[in-house]
Design a protein around this ligand. Structure first.
Ligand code: PTJ
Length: 265
């Protein structure tokens, strides 16, 4: 049931995200376990203070610089990501000039085509909006030209079993750098083993994907996309650093400890 959430509600953003997940589930766009994954994310976000921490900000900057320096970057999206941050993914892909690929853990043809249609609707919405400030060039053309892949899988991720290994050669197959929000650990490991640079967005700093990735952004998925877009607009010539991901994850765990200490008073 849809309810009107007043602007004054202190948890408005969180409730709106829940509503998106509930609606996506009812429309058959999400995995059965999508709400469990979302709830786990919410719990970690709470422990991080529901904000982009300083360590996440550094990871956002590193991810943005790596994606913009890559030869064939791709943004891989699953059900939760399209529902919560599809527009952010499209804006980032438009700026990077890279494709978005729907790549699902629980893959069915109906879910893939439903999510591709939703991305088309989100694209149409972005085209109606004002151009983000600070951008030069033909933004609308860049948004229009973002390839939306995944409809016909013609490639397999080596080292992975089952339908979740299906992908496209044009997207994940040939990518040297992959942004994978809310990823599962096995696929992350398989992609890293193929020599690809894997950038994960995951609120759980302890997850296997967080620990396997080249760069882990411990932040909520829509905040992370908005952060990368802002970073690339304000600092278009950013270059990758010698990134120590274990150290960055340790920084996120420190953020949680610090937040709990503040709460305890
Ligand atoms: O659409 P599909 O079929 O590809 O399935 C997607 C889900 C997310 C259901 C599937 O990949 C899954 O079961 O994922 P996990 O193993 O539960 O992992 C999801 C991770 O994402 C967890 O570590 C959560 O903490 C984290 N997470 C959840 N919501 C968010 C999040 N991270 C960032 N932003 C969020 N909004």
């Amino acid at each position: 049931m849809m309810v009107e959430i007043p602007d004054s509600h202190p948890r408005k953003k969180s409730l709106l995200s829940r509503q998106k997940i509930v609606e996506g589930s009812l429309e058959g766009l999400l995995a059965d376990s999508a709400m469990i994954a979302h709830g786990r994310g919410e719990a970690f976000d709470y422990l991080l203070g529901e904000r982009t921490t300083e360590s996440a900000r550094l990871a956002v900057r590193e991810a943005a610089s790596r994606l913009s320096s890559a030869i064939s970057p791709v943004i891989s999206v699953n059900g939760n990501t399209v529902l919560l941050a599809g527009e952010g993914a499209l804006r980032l892909a438009a700026l990077l000039g890279c494709p978005i690929e729907v790549n699902l853990y629980y893959r069915t043809p109906e879910r893939v085509s439903g999510l591709l249609s939703l991305l088309e609707e989100q694209r149409a919405k972005i085209l109606e909006e004002p151009v983000p400030s600070g951008l030069e060039g033909d933004w609308r053309e860049s948004v229009t030209n973002v390839p939306l892949l995944g409809g016909s899988a013609d490639f397999r991720i080596e080292g992975l079993e089952g339908p979740r290994s299906h992908c496209t050669e044009e997207g994940i197959g040939r990518a040297d750098s992959i942004l994978v929000p809310l990823e599962d650990g096995d696929r992350c490991e398989a992609l890293v083993n193929l020599g690809k640079e894997v950038i994960v967005i995951d609120l759980n700093p302890l997850s296997r994907s967080s620990r396997m990735a080249t760069v882990t952004i411990v932040d909520e998925v829509s905040r992370a996309f908005d952060g990368m877009l802002a970073e690339l607009i304000s600092n278009p010539d950013c270059v990758p650093s010698e990134w120590d991901n274990a150290n960055a994850i340790s920084g996120s765990l420190d953020d949680i400890t610090e937040f709990l200490r503040e709460k305890k008073g």
